[in-house]
Design a protein around this ligand. Sequence first.
Ligand code: FES
Ligand SMILES: [Fe+2]
Length: 390
Amino acid sequence: MASPETMREIRLRLAGRVAEHVRNDSGDIAPAVRHEPVSFYLDPELFAREQQKLFRETPLVACLSGELPEPGSYLSFDDAGVPIIVWRGRDRVVRAFLNICAHRGARLCREAIGAGHRLTCRFHGWTFGSDGRAIGVPEEAMFDGEIDGDKGLVAVPAEERHGLVFVQATPGSHMDLDAHLGDFGAELAALDLGQAVRVHETEFEVNANWKYVLDTYFENYHVAALHRETFAPNFLHRVRLFDAWGGHHRLTFPQRGVLDWIDKPEAEWPIETLPLAYFIFPNTVIPLGTVATPNGAYFSVNQIFPLGVGRMKNRYGVYAPYGVRSPEHQADLKAAFDAGVLVLGEEDYSVTGESFPALAALPPDKTFPIGRNEVGVQNFHAHVRRALAD
Ligand code: FES
Ligand SMILES: [Fe+2]
């Protein structure tokens, strides 16, 4: 078997394709325009099926491995629609549980992140270990009967892979990561996310459907208008590469700097600066290098969750791939984070949050045209529909 491609090899291949497209003023495109009914974003019945199929029965990225750095590190979140705690055990294995006390259902972990091998419920004082077992029940003898079968936290599937911690938010379900990732797993492995350190993070909430917001990550058509003063001077909005592994994808949105190097010998191509954005279906976007600093220096993670038909959340973080290496790097990371917050908050989320509430005024059979140039949006919609049809 051929050894897996390195990131360098992947980038070199992509740069060649970018050069070809730039010369031809072309880009990867879909076979035809897609006409999506506006109900795709508004239908409550569709939304309920998404919550079940995509957010309860599909593997989700809970966090990066680096957010659970030590045995005992834990993190809790409710965004998948059920409260979950992911917890690294003494054996370094990451496990996940419903963040619900086994005794009477109180919220067990009340912090977003923490560390330790025990958590005590504030209601009656039961204590649980990082393996989910009850290790302390105050005055257990007073129960005066057999309760061992009821004492553990309820586990949900969890697995660490390629520097990412995946969970599936349904207890007792089978999470098949190999089937979910397929050949995309080799690409994630090449990204080498396992040593990344989160340096900055924030959360956004927007009054828009989660898919309406995700769509903006998947096309560069809007760069010329919406990002006129931020990205547009640096990016070529007519050129893109699109590669899909089922519902997962990689988009390459080249910068204008390409024009300076495509006619040089390959060895001189600054392939490290080629901006790539990965999408892990159904909700996680990992753009590498969204402002003009060398690509290896940082990446961001956008975890998009539905809070309602017309409301979404992004857990947004900026990461140093191998830790922070210098004060200059620290400054670059802060600049990248600030630029991301500015562009998302004042441009992308501004337009989606302002516009979405009015979509209900459209007749439900009104369709939006998704261009051949918006191939990433098309693939996303097709795979949402496919997943819900199964
Ligand atoms: S609900 Fe947690 S100890 Fe009773
Ligand atoms: Fe945008």
